[in-house]
Write a protein that binds this ligand. Structure first.
Ligand SMILES: Cc1cc2nc3c(=O)[nH]c(=O)nc-3n(C[C@H](O)[C@H](O)[C@H](O)COP(=O)(O)O)c2cc1C
Length: 331
């Protein structure tokens, strides 16, 4: 069990924030598969304070996904503090500060991973948010801005001193991309350095890897990103492995049902046009590496409404039934 401030989680597994993916529909899928905590996509603090309709929509939540962490990004203490208040008013159980996004559009405004470059200013932001935020506050950091200049330890200490309740470390530099592996040794170092819970993140693509990360670094929780997009059932598998139970990948019928359920959740919670776009991204991950998946992706990208999308999903899985089991079970 992992506790973040006053929020007790059912377990130590966290679904990572992922822009374009961790919308309400996907969070419900991850939660149903066993994630102890789900996190929103990163949300612009400036957009929230300006009450931009599209930005406010990111805050939409339902009880079934709770507890929910809402991640905000920005560079102004006042705007970030106000955004945190808005997120809490909308039902956030935890507010998370994005200190790792390397995307140009974000860092050029001084937000995201840029916060690792000026810890003094960043501490002003954290204190301002802490001052007004009645729920637990967390932050997600990287090792530093650029290779050779790690600032994770001083950043972690500053965050703890400012009253952050837990932090996640994704041990890569902002300028790294995904080519180099995440350096888990830094998760261990940060954990050793702090009193607050530390959540490790990076390269957990299979269930046994999560258990290995926890054991080898001593971290309190493990956050999973891409592995959860590809295999949302990874959370359930980890929980079973932990108990010494077998944890096979779901069979074809279960995968089909998962995909159909995912599409239905999109249909229920998002406007059709936006949902169709969002679901394509999600289905691309689910089917990566499966036989004839390129053909499937092409057919779903032509779907103009949910019924034709569901039809394409049905046809694809019917085709897969003729493929020897080993070819998909091995993915
Ligand atoms: C498509 C995509 C979108 C992401 N969006 C966010 C985001 O909004 N906020 C954030 O803190 N990290 C974001 N990340 C980083 C992930 O949360 C995570 O730190 C990273 O993918 C490493 O974990 P993994 O190896 O388990 O995927 C994103 C990553 C991906 C692949």
């Amino acid at each position: 069990m992992l506790q973040i401030g006053t929020v007790k989680l059912a377990n130590w597994l966290v679904m990572a924030p992922m822009a374009g993916y961790t919308n309400l529909a996907f969070r419900l899928v991850a939660k149903a598969q066993g994630a102890g905590l789900v996190t929103s996509e990163m949300i612009s603090a400036a957009g929230l304070t300006r009450r931009q309709k599209k930005t406010i929509e990111y805050l939409k939540s339902v009880p079934a996904e709770k507890p929910l962490a809402v991640q905000i990004f920005g560079s102004s203490p006042e705007t970030m503090a106000r955004a945190a208040e808005i997120a809490v008013e909308a039902g956030a159980d935890i507010v998370d500060i994005n200190m790792g996004c390397p995307v140009k559009k974000v860092v050029k405004t001084g937000a995201g991973a840029s916060l690792l470059r000026d810890l003094k200013q960043t501490s002003r932001i954290i204190r301002a948010v802490r001052h007004v935020c009645p729920v637990p506050l967390t932050a997600k950091i990287r090792l530093g801005w650029s290779r050779g200049k790690p600032v994770a330890l001083e950043t972690a200490r500053m965050l703890q001193d400012c009253g952050v309740d837990a932090l996640t470390i994704h041990p890569r530099f902002a300028t790294d991309g995904f080519s180099a592996p995440a350096d888990w040794e830094w998760i261990r170092k940060v954990k050793e350095h702090l009193k607050i819970p530390v959540i490790g993140n990076g390269d957990v693509m299979e269930a046994p890897t999560a258990i290995r990360m926890k054991k080898s670094t001593g971290c309190d929780g493990v956050m999973i990103g891409r592995g959860g997009l590809k295999k949302p059932w990874i959370f359930r598998q980890i929980l079973r492995l932990e108990k010494g139970m077998p944890a096979p990948d779901p069979d074809l019928l279960e995968r089909r049902n998962l995909v159909i359920n995912h599409v239905r959740l999109f249909r229920e919670y998002m406007p059709e046009k936006r949902a169709l776009h969002g679901i394509l991204g999600a289905l691309m991950w689910y089917t990566k590496g499966l036989p004839n998946s390129a053909h499937f992706r092409e057919s779903i990208s032509r779907a103009r409404d949910f019924d034709s999308l569901l039809g394409a999903v049905d046809r694809y899985f019917a085709e897969l039934e003729n493929v020897p089991a080993a070819r998909y079970e091995a993915q």
